[in-house]
Ligand binder design. Sequence first.
Ligand code: AMP
Length: 196
Amino acid sequence: MADELTHSARPHAMSSGFPAMTDLKRLVRTIPDYPKPGILFRDVTTLFGDGPGFKALLTQMTDRYRGTPIDAVAGIEARGFILGGAMADRLGCGFVPIRKKGKLPWRVHAEDYALEYGTDTIEMHQDALDRGRRVLIVDDLIATGGTAAAACRLIGRAGGEIVGACFVIDLPELGGAAKLRGAGIDAWALMQFDGH
Ligand code: AMP
């Protein structure tokens, strides 16, 4: 039996206690052929929408970094904002938004990254970090790692030091987390899913 939701299934409330990682994985909805044929879209809104599940998710994601000096969490638009703001609060540090092109109001650093067809751009304020600030990157999912690698370049250009990059989901077949680790970044995800 699949250990994840299909697009027609509805997440159920946790019966009792503290949801384990396997339960959290069941709260991720999988939507086949979205946004295009062949893609299994891993939808974390069903996990975010479950009160005990969201709380357990944040606890497990922040626990890994307790005791690590972190000055800021950098969240990647948009689901990385939902995670990153809550994680920054729990870790007692600042939050820095990494946004899609054209959204930030002040001077920005910009980095392009490859999509399957063409490129996209993410940006960060040039003055978002003081030199040497220790930064944890957060997003919902790592696939090819192109987005996270571009976020690493932005933080490097701003003078920040990358403590790690964390995700709810890794798709290991696409190799992104392995690529980051190969570049010396401590990349970590709470759960993994097969496929694309
Ligand atoms: P990548 O740059 O290839 O690592 O892609 C990561 C970004 O694309 C993240 O911001 C994800 O939210 C999104 N993404 C890529 N693949 C999926 C997928 N199968 N399901 C949900 N989101 C995805």
